[in-house]
Design a protein around this ligand. Sequence first.
Ligand code: UD1
Ligand code: CA
Length: 246
Amino acid sequence: MNNSDVQAVILAAGKGTRMESDLPKVLHQINSKPMLGHVLEMVRSVGLSRSFVVVGHKAELVSKFSDADDVTSVLQEPQLGTGHAVQVTVPVLKAGGYTIILCGDVPLLKSETVSTLIEKTKSAGVSASVLTCVVENAGSYGRIVKDADGNFKAIVEARDATAEQIAIGEYNSGVFCFKTDDMIEALAELKSDNDQSEYYLTDTIAYLVGEGRNVQAVAIDDPVQVMGINTVAELAEAEKYFLERS
Ligand code: UD1
Ligand code: CA
């Protein structure tokens, strides 16, 4: 599959408060390589046109690590949420085609998974696909809310969810594939009326659904690949999984 019509945005501006360290979260290492390095290596093997890394907290250090011929860093200052992080890349994005969103703190994702997500987005002709996973208890992850017919309606953050929504086992991995133009349209409509007063990328889904556009959830059965690292304990766990599978 030719992915020269696909660009990537990698979110890496967050502070990572729970790592209890001065080092930016995405530069913490798994098997002697920063988490962001694992993500960049993975993205390169998918063969995309270009990658943009959104930097903010300790921006200089993260930019220095990421900048390359095929990677540009974009400054997000201040950091007003995942939706805002993608908004700051809009001026440098190429219109048309597809944009995948990845997170610098989700280091174990495989290139096959991203290729499949892109392929399924193209073949279904949808505005957006969200990579999801189903577990018994989805903890602090955003919940995938569907209607009675199984149509994808919205992503609701755990902290904004009702008790009924909290019981949903399908969660947002933070990895998306959008038609670029639809994503840009939806980003312009984001509001920060939530518990954290942030601009959530996840709200683009409810917007697109409201506009009658098709979105889909693409579930994977391997929660390890979509582990988001927020603490030193999770970093150690991810390294253990990495060593086991390599
Ligand atoms: C996010 C999703 C959640 C999902 C989870 C998966 C939103 C609102 N929530 O939650 O649905 O289940 O990821 O791991 O999107 N970042 C920036 N700039 C910002 C804020 C964040 O670049 O202003 C980056 C962070 O560095 C990180 C990524 O975006 O790499 C995710 O941000 P984080 O705050 O960890 O989001 P979660 O609360 O985990
Ligand atoms: Ca996170």
